[in-house]
Design a protein around this ligand. Structure first.
Ligand SMILES: [Zn+2]
Length: 82
């Protein structure tokens, strides 16, 4: 389970991957509310539903560090700038 906060600074590699996911249309916003979002991300190795609750964002992928899925979800919901 990878988690990230909205203010975390991702590596350039993770950032580039997130932008690639978005450009390919592989991020689908399922739910967008003031305190909770859910976004389905089609990653390279599987499909993950990223959930944001308050400031915390979690992705069920096996990555230990903040992942491109979580970042792509934040950008897709307009919580972060690309
Ligand atoms: Zn992930």
């Amino acid at each position: 389970m990878a988690s990230v906060t909205r203010t975390h600074r991702p590596s350039a590699r993770v950032h580039a991957k997130a932008l690639r996911i978005l450009a390919a249309g592989r991020a689908e916003v399922i739910d967008r509310q003031p305190h909770r979002d859910a976004v389905r991300i089609e990653g390279d190795h599987g499909t993950y539903v990223v959930v944001r609750e308050g400031p915390q964002v979690t992705c069920p992928c096996p990555a230990i560090r903040p992942c491109s899925h979580a970042l792509a979800a934040l950008i897709a919901t307009g919580r972060r700038r690309p």
